[in-house]
Design a protein around this ligand. Sequence first.
Ligand code: TRP
Length: 350
Amino acid sequence: MAGGIEIMSLLSMTHTNRPTILTGDRTTGPLHLGHYIGSLRARVQLQHEAQQFLLLADTQALTDNVGRHQKVTQNVIEVALDYLAVGIDPAKSTIFIQSQVPELAELFQYLLNVVTVARLERNPTIKEEIRLRGFERDIPAGFLTYPISQAADITAFKATHVPVGDDQLPMIEQTNELVRRFNNTVDRSVLVECEAVLSQVTRLPGIDGKAKMSKSLGNAIALGATPDEITKAVNNMYTDQNHLRVSDPGQVEGNVVFAFLDAFEPDVQKVDELKSHYRRGGLGDSVIKRVLNERLQSLIEPIRARRRELEEDPAEVLAILRRGTMRAREVAGETLSEVRGALGLTYFQR
Ligand code: TRP
């Protein structure tokens, strides 16, 4: 497992105070190994070294799930279970539900005034998402503006560091633009700029070799997967379609099993040996799949066990979320007092 120091070195030293991290996930389904390797693993490390806020982004999920609100709300608990199962400690990290922090909606509304529709339409991630979802000209206003909502999530906590995938970089850029604009408008440094923290493994392929592991593409391995589900997924992984006989030389690049071994097998030397043997020929797919299967089984086993244990106690999970949400409201509330003050929205004591 990657060490904390390695990850911490990504946190720049420009912030003299303890860094504040905010990140989160849309609650559209349980999390999978792609999330684990891309972000969850780092969060477990970072919670010891930074003040960390983890957002269950149900409000944001609603922006492109109109009519599927039940799916969104049901998955709040699923994602929370995944966080807790991988080792996010609610005593160290604040896990909270976006929709239950009205301060975020309020800040979102103020920020909407310092951005133009043209700027929103230029966001490359949004452009791509609009294309993928087939919105064309019928873009829900909530969807077009979700980067502003995300900026509110980040700035309400004065987050200094935001761990995200590279597809989210335009969001961070836009957030910082908003911060400068807002501060300029009120002539005070109320909001704080942030930095993106990219994970080392940005993208895990799906078991079918598609660029991204994704539940909706049906190519994912869930963090709560059973031993049988893991074995089946590994056996279904794409390898090298020209590697027909064991004796044939095989290709490692683009081979899903090796992409996973690179991501999950800490014994780099062992992986290198397997790679050169595979390239030479004489190493069958069943052997590399067995090695990977063992690795994934031992990785997921404790996560699944902890998840099952927590599933038995939904009241405890809700209590954790309630406490986290109350704490989040407190912190966001302080920022919002400053924001209201800066805007002169201080008619009487609230
Ligand atoms: N956009 C993120 C996702 O798709 C979720 C998210 C919402 C987020 N607000 C955020 C991430 C603020 C980082 C910072 O999963």
